[in-house]
Design a protein around this ligand. Sequence first.
Ligand SMILES: [Zn+2]
Length: 120
Amino acid sequence: MIWTLFGTLGVVIVTVLAGMAADRRWSLLPRKENLQLAAGQRPLLTGFGAGAAPGTAIAATIGEIERIRRKQKCPRCKISLDSAAEESVEHEGQALRVLNFTCPRCGGMRSVYTREEVSG
Ligand SMILES: [Zn+2]
């Protein structure tokens, strides 16, 4: 009689363990990281175009940087991006100026890497 009880318990435990193993293997339940990514802000950059990364920084004079800043548009909303705080970073011994932008409508972010061109 006692063995029938243990047998039933054993079946339950094996079933639970198999379920956990299956979840770990095929990810049946949504993972926390995926949910956070879906709800958070996504960067607007889609490739590695000019200025998209430190390695492709745009050489620009102060005047040209001003022009770059004005022509930024959100690829989703087609409206001008707001200028956010600038950053200075160093890449392979060169000082880069990072122009940051945010879309006032969708909140998308974009960074443009520029390196100052010394004229004259
Ligand atoms: Zn937008």
